[in-house]
Unconditional design. Sequence first.
Length: 358
Amino acid sequence: MPKTVTASTLVLAAIRERVAALHAAVEPGTDPVPVLDDRDLGDRDLGTDDEGAPAGDVGADGGTSVTVPAAEDEVPDDEPDAPSGDPDGPDVERLAEALSDLEAVVTGFASLIEGGELAALRAELAWARSTVEEARALDGTVDVLEELVEDLDPTLRQGPVEARVGIVVASRTAERRDAVTSMLAQPEWTSLLAHADQLVLTAPIGGRKAKHTDKVLARALADADAAAREAADAAIAEAQGSDRAAEPRLAPVAAAAHTVATTARVVRGALGKQARKLADAADALAGALEERRRSEAVAHWLVDLADLAHRAGEPSFSYGVLHAEARARRVAADQALAAAVTAYTKPKLHKWLGAESS
């Protein structure tokens, strides 16, 4: 790539985009701030001064600073009750994605963020995601459950299966969404947004020499990749075959894989197709982990539903059939996870990073 773009420019643009997306997720009238596309930044000629450094405000080491504008009872009725939460409340999926992407960027490039309130922001992001991810995970589990119920052979339906599922889904969904709404009213949320804005506007980003761009970005990606592989090595073998729906060791692996994918996409304009391949493999690993979590969670839901039906004097046979389907799905998810781990841990997917970052 032309040596006219610094690592600091790329990283700040990535942070800026994610902070704008976070504001847009909770402020429906706010449009994301336009930014340079991650894929194109490495190929754009931003102009140079007489010394060959990017035009603009030039730092002491020849880098560029970026001026960033502020971003604006047990017996079911015929029909289940609607959720008690506000139907016009926060878009959980959009908010979860925005939080996850911002956390991935500040984690992947933490070594380049100098000063500021990075530690406070990362703690606040973890706090917010603990609530929002529960709601998003619930939505994913519900999707699988409803798919299983829809595909159930009519001859195997005994009792008001759809109505009972609807009652439980409505109750749990409303509870989780209410928790997200409550979170957004907390002072910690206001502080999170303030720290995110401060990061964009004032925090110095390292990597200001254009000639070191590839090396600096490769080192950041290598660090994220090493963290993901370490988490996978420590967790996945033990997690497979576990009967716990919320295996705690899986979440860090999924988060680390998402960090790799996000970091790789930010740097792919500079580092090329090898970064794209790594991003794709990390995405596949994160997706396999999520499918594993959902298939196990659904199996546990069906045990609870069968118990509720039994105590209400309803047949529980259909839930047993659905549970068998869920367990089969879990087996398939374990196989897919093993394949994703194998693909991600292939040495050729990673060995180039050592040469690039040295």
